[in-house]
Write a protein that binds this ligand. Structure first.
Ligand code: ARG
Length: 466
């Protein structure tokens, strides 16, 4: 049966045969929401503490409940917890086990609470930590970029536009471009974290609860900065999830661009770098191959991370206030984006640090190209010619060079002079180094500027605790 090639669900071959059970399987979320067990237990402990402080349940009752919840956490962590999918979710599993362990007093825990505010609180707690973890992984990747930039402060590489060699830059400058992208990503995850950082317990099912609860106390116990202002919004708001998902989509896009550069740069055609061996795989058929599978998967997984954002936006778009069971669909994509992004950040940091850059090959590519054309035009501008006119002259010169299979460095002074009498002998001094040195503006690729940018990047990382 398990090996039935026609089964669409080989892990559960009996599922399609059990009509009645299939209906209940359909609503189960335990297999993915059980990862929030710590948040669920912490939320319940804080809630029980508050109920007893407010005289809503007895102190002894609260203590029994808290003891039971702590035992449950130990059971879960030691693998002894009797999970029951028929109880649907993490909340019902924990509560039902509490009855097993402490008896009827367990029934007091769900006073002044609903699964609607409970699940939202759990998810917010989980996402706050996910944002911290994601920002930490971004910082590690930024640290890797800084390390490699530091080692390549004089390494030259052609900079590209339209994937055509455009102007020479320092490799450190190129790498620090990604530092900036990941820095902005971290800002977005911090904003998502702030959106999640509001307590929803106390909203009850949706209208609030008819007990004298102390929401601020629970918020403080759980480390939330504040409490939601409107109970109906509170139980049905998933903006914090959308914010994580959209920040994740943008970050995955950045990672995908980096991955794409690694794929191209490690190709035989470019040969700018070789990837560390543990980030490539051999081909099952072509023995010579070292495939950049990790970079390709970093690029490929981006599609799924985008998809998770769209799935969530679509799930939410038609929902009337307040809680609707559709909201249970918030978690799978969210967790998948967290997992995928963390793994991709980790792999990317490993590839950046482990990549072996071929400095000769990169500077050779800059030399054997027409990347100095802008510098030659700028030279004429320096002699008083309008840029557009200089552009025409240098464009004609480079056409001639390309036809003859030559480069600017092969031009004689007479040839320059024939193109424009404004050229003087020192035009012969224009080269890759002078081109790079001349971009001496804030944000430019001149060595001093890149060094300063690197120091600034280090300062920012340090300020971020790395
Ligand atoms: N598993 C549910 C979810 O994730 C918990 C909330 C259920 N609430 C309800 N009223 N059925 O949304």
């Amino acid at each position: 049966m398990t090996n039935d090639p026609n089964s669409t669900n080989p892990s559960n071959p009996a599922a399609s045969a059990r009509g009645a059970e299939l209906a209940s399987d359909y609503t189960v979320s335990l297999h993915y929401d059980q990862r929030m067990y710590r948040q669920d237990i912490a939320g319940s402990i804080a809630h029980a503490r508050m109920l007893s402080r407010q005289g809503i349940i007895g102190e002894d009752e609260a203590n029994q409940i808290i003891d039971g919840l702590e035992k449950i956490q130990i059971e879960i962590e030691s693998g002894d917890f009797p999970w029951k999918p028929e109880l649907e979710d993490i909340h019902m599993n924990v509560e039902s086990r509490l009855f097993d362990l402490i008896g009827d007093v367990a029934g007091r825990l769900h006073t002044a609470r609903s699964r609607n505010d409970q699940v939202s609180t759990d998810t917010r707690l989980y996402m706050k930590q996910a944002c911290v973890d994601t920002i930490g992984a971004l910082r590690t990747l930024q640290g890797a970029l800084v390390t490699v930039a530091q080692a390549n402060l004089t390494t030259v590489v052609p900079g590209y536009t339209h994937l055509q060699r455009a102007q020479p830059v320092l490799l450190a400058h190129h790498l620090l471009a990604y530092f900036e992208m990941f820095d902005r990503d971290a800002t977005r995850f911090a904003a998502a974290q702030a959106s999640a950082d509001v307590l929803t317990l106390g909203n009850g099912a949706m209208a609030g609860v008819p007990y004298p609860i102390d929401r601020e106390f629970v918020a403080k116990e759980l480390g939330f900065s504040g409490v939601t202002a409107n109970s109906m919004d509170g139980v049905s708001d998933r903006d914090f999830a959308l914010e994580y998902l959209s920040a994740a989509a943008i970050s995955a896009m950045h990672l995908s661009r980096l991955a794409e550069e690694f794929v191209i740069w490690s190709s035989e055609e470019f040969g700018f770098l070789s990837l560390p061996e543990n980030y490539t795989t051999g081909s099952s058929i072509m023995p010579q191959k070292r495939n950049p599978d990790f970079a390709e998967l970093a690029r490929g997984k981006t599609g799924r991370v985008y998809g998770n954002l769209f799935a969530m936006l679509t799930t939410l778009k038609g929902l009337p206030l307040t809680y609707n069971r559709d909201l249970q669909e918030d978690k799978e994509g969210l967790f998948d984006s967290v997992d995928t992004l963390l793994a991709t950040l980790d792999v990317s940091a490993g590839m950046v640090v482990g990549a072996n850059f071929d400095a000769d090959r990169m500077s050779g590519a800059a030399e054997s190209s027409y990347v100095l054309a802008t510098d030659i035009a700028d030279y004429l501008v320096g002699k008083g010619m309008p840029f557009r006119e200089a552009h025409v002259i240098v464009s004609a010169l480079s056409d001639r060079l390309i036809d003859g299979g030559r480069y600017f460095k092969d031009l004689s002074f007479d040839e320059y002079y024939a193109a424009s009498p404004l050229f003087e002998r020192n035009v012969m001094d224009i080269g890759i180094d002078s081109s790079i040195a001349s971009r001496d503006v804030h944000g430019g690729t001149a060595p001093g500027r890149v060094k300063a940018a690197l120091e600034d990047a280090k300062r920012r990382l340090k300020g971020a605790g790395k």
